[in-house]
Design a binder for this molecule. Structure first.
Ligand code: C2E
Ligand code: MG
Ligand code: MG
Ligand code: MG
Length: 281
């Protein structure tokens, strides 16, 4: 009977791993269908320039509404897409839609507005990434400096040499490069000098503890100083309160992004926010 129990447990284990794999495969297939059927959407979150208090740019963030499961977080489906290389097609779609959207906003009287698009480390290994960026900019007739590409520190560190080569090539096209989730990876600071970044984004986990945690507030100040000495712009993500903003401004951070200003929203709501805040057009 002991053997029998063991046998059952073993079967149970196999069945559950099997289910998990099947479930993942199904989600993968549905994601690919969602892309083909135009069921993915972009939302946009304003980035505020602290000197003017105005919207300087937007970050495009991907959303997927699954027909049965409802909204699935990009924290779940992006890693899934990265495993299957579907991320290449998704990444192209995101870049194209974000640029089309930016062109519309430029035409509405905000010609200097910038769009930040997240890139996966897998896309960095794509050989024609620079081509894709250049083609997409010219398709939508956008000045390169109005597009910013964000990459996470962890993604870059996976293959530093390959990333450095790719980033230098992309940089030549004139787009801006931002290092996302800064402070959360296992990086040495010396690599920062070797990579052509224009901006670092302080990870929201530090920003959210600014007013409560002595350690986190020192890290935030250190990152801002690092940005100053390496001549990099610094933006803080996850700004949720007036106190966060005050602290960041007092310590010389240039830009902020977070729920305190606006959560990521679809185009019409973004335009509404933009008009109110920049009082143009
Ligand atoms: P991320 O690029 O670091 O984006 C910032 C995340 O913080 C977003 O989560 C945003 O909604 C959230 N956020 C913004 N303000 C606040 C705030 O004040 N408080 C808190 N707690 N959170 C805030 P989201 O949209 O769920 O995206 C998660 C991650 O998924 C992104 O992190 C990015 O790494 C990835 N992602 C999203 N869209 C894309 C995409 O188009 N391509 C790729 N490769 N990755 C994407
Ligand atoms: Mg980002
Ligand atoms: Mg981030
Ligand atoms: Mg993140």
């Amino acid at each position: 009977t002991l053997a029998k129990t063991r046998g059952n447990r073993y079967q149970f284990y196999v069945a559950s791993v099997d289910n998990e794999i099947r479930e993942r495969k199904r989600l993968e297939r549905e994601l690919s269908e969602a892309l083909a059927m135009d069921q993915l959407q972009l939302v946009y979150q304003p980035q505020i320039d602290f000197r003017t208090g105005q919207v300087a740019g937007a970050e495009a963030l991907l959303r997927w509404e699954h027909p049965e499961q409802g909204w699935i977080s990009p924290e779940i489906f992006i890693p899934l897409a990265e495993k299957s290389d579907l991320i290449i097609a998704i990444g192209e779609w995101v870049l194209d839609r974000a640029c089309a959207q930016l062109k519309v906003w430029h035409g509405m009287g905000f010609p200097e507005l910038r769009m930040a698009v997240n890139l996966s480390a897998v896309q960095l290994k794509q050989t024609d990434l620079t081509d894709l960026v250049v083609r997409t900019l010219s398709k939508h007739q956008l000045p390169p400096q109005t597009l910013e590409l964000e990459m996470t520190e962890t993604g870059i560190m996976e293959d530093l040499q390959a990333a450095a080569t790719a980033l230098k090539a992309i940089k030549k096209s004139g787009v801006l490069l931002a290092l996302d989730d800064f402070g959360t990876g296992y990086s040495s600071l010396s690599y920062l000098k070797q990579l052509p970044f224009d901006k670092i984004k302080i990870d929201k986990s530090f920003v959210q503890e600014i007013t409560d945690s002595h350690d986190d507030s020192s890290i935030v100040r250190a990152i801002i100083q690092l940005g100053e000495s390496l001549e990099l712009q610094v933006i803080a993500e996850g700004v949720e309160t007036a106190a966060h903003e005050t602290y960041l401004i007092q310590h010389g951070c240039q830009e902020g992004q977070g729920y305190y200003y606006c959560k990521p929203v679809p185009d019409p709501l973004f335009i509404e926010y933009l008009r109110k805040s920049n009082q143009a057009a």
